[in-house]
Design a protein around this ligand. Structure first.
Ligand code: TYM
Length: 347
């Protein structure tokens, strides 16, 4: 009998890694596109590693004290949303040096042309690329290092990170080819659900973002119930009632966005929401959405505020998570050094 064919990926066990930048307060986009799904993956029993990526945040200027504060707030949001630090590994990136070490190796694997094609680089650097940090350009190599330092196989993210994950796959494939090894997994992006791209409440064609100058454009996880209700009431819409088919939302980005948000918050499909609200005016739909958003988000905000009263406890949790992360990443990055030909005689 012949041996079963070993496909290159069989040696990697299912492991999830994902991260969020602590470059500002978290938004409803981060919650629906990422955090809520991180909790679902944890609860499915898959091994999950989640990270506040503070090294990524400093690719654009951050006030040091604010950065520390935002990192703690991010950790509080993870825990308040349902991440259990005993079941998931939760830490901030800079506590595990393997990320920066592997990023350097990947800076030498990735090509300038690959980085230059990244739409996030083009958007963030804008017309003045000369003045952008070198770190901002190399950002996707650090992101690949975050994932591959753990041999993670699956990465839940919002739609905007798709291109970066394709690049992570390219880096893994090139490394494996260059060194004739089958060392890094080719990761699978998990971009699922009704809210993979939550849009601005002021403009349904633009992504909801923590860096948008208008606070009205987004719901922050720290917003009060009144702020949430008011932002939804004022959200941009069109004059038509809701359609009776999903196709009817096609050229209505603002309406589609609110329906997607409703579906994601309720845990329903877009079809179900349309069936429930077919023909409804926004005067009916918006208050229902506001009630739902407050019901889902207020407990998280309350718990975040409680956790933020004890920053030392948050730091302790992040430190412990960092130790667990280090125990996984260290041997992997040590093997990378061996593969690329570094002398490691101090070990
Ligand atoms: P960041 O910090 O911009 O966003 C964190 C996560 O939230 C998702 N997201 C959204 N999803 C739906 N609608 C939106 N409006 C929205 N805004 C943000 C993002 O897709 C992301 O999943 N480069 C990453 C952070 C990162 C990372 C990683 C992610 C660094 N290393 C390794 C995964 C694996 C970023 O800037 O995400």
């Amino acid at each position: 009998m012949s041996e079963p064919v070993q496909t290159p990926q069989t040696q990697f066990k299912p492991r999830i890694f994902s991260g969020i930048q602590p470059s500002g307060g978290l938004t409803l986009g981060n919650y629906l596109g990422a955090l809520k799904r991180f909790v679902e993956k944890q609860d499915e029993g898959i091994e999950t590693i989640y990270c506040l990526v503070d090294l990524h945040a400093i690719t654009v200027w951050q006030d040091p004290e604010k950065l520390r504060q935002q990192t703690r707030e991010g950790a509080a949001a993870f825990i308040a949303a349902g991440i259990d630090p005993a079941r998931s590994v939760l830490f901030n990136q800079s506590q595990v040096t393997a990320h920066a070490e592997l990023a350097w190796i990947f800076n030498c694997v990735a090509r300038m042309g690959w980085m230059g094609r990244m739409t996030q680089w083009k958007d963030k650097a804008g017309k003045n690329a000369e003045a952008a940090s070198l770190g901002l350009f190399a950002y996707p190599a650090l992101m690949a290092a975050d994932i591959l330092a753990y041999h993670a196989t699956m990465v839940p993210v919002g739609e905007d990170q798709k291109q970066h994950l394709e690049l992570t796959r390219d880096i893994a494939i090139k490394f494996n080819n260059d060194f004739k090894v089958d060392f890094f997994p080719v990761v699978e992006p998990l971009i699922e659900g009704a809210a993979t791209r939550v849009m601005s409440l002021r403009d349904g064609t633009k992504k909801m973002s923590k860096s948008d100058p208008s606070d009205q454009s987004r719901i922050n996880l720290t917003d009060t119930a009144d702020q949430i209700a008011s932002k939804i009431r004022k959200a941009k819409t069109d004059p038509e009632p809701l359609p009776d088919t999903v196709e009817g939302l096609k050229d209505r980005p603002d309406a589609r966005n609110l329906v997607n948000i409703y579906a994601a918050l309720a845990g329903h499909t877009v079809e179900q929401v349309i069936a429930d609200f077919a023909g409804a005016q926004f005067g009916t739909f918006k208050p229902a959405l506001a009630d739902l958003a407050v019901a889902k988000l207020a407990p998280i905000t309350t718990e975040m505020n409680r956790l933020m009263k004890d920053p030392a406890e948050i730091d302790r949790i992040l430190g412990q998570g960092g130790e667990r992360a280090e125990a996984i990443a260290r041997p992997i990055v040590d093997q990378v050094y061996d593969i690329v030909g570094m002398i490691r005689s101090r070990r």
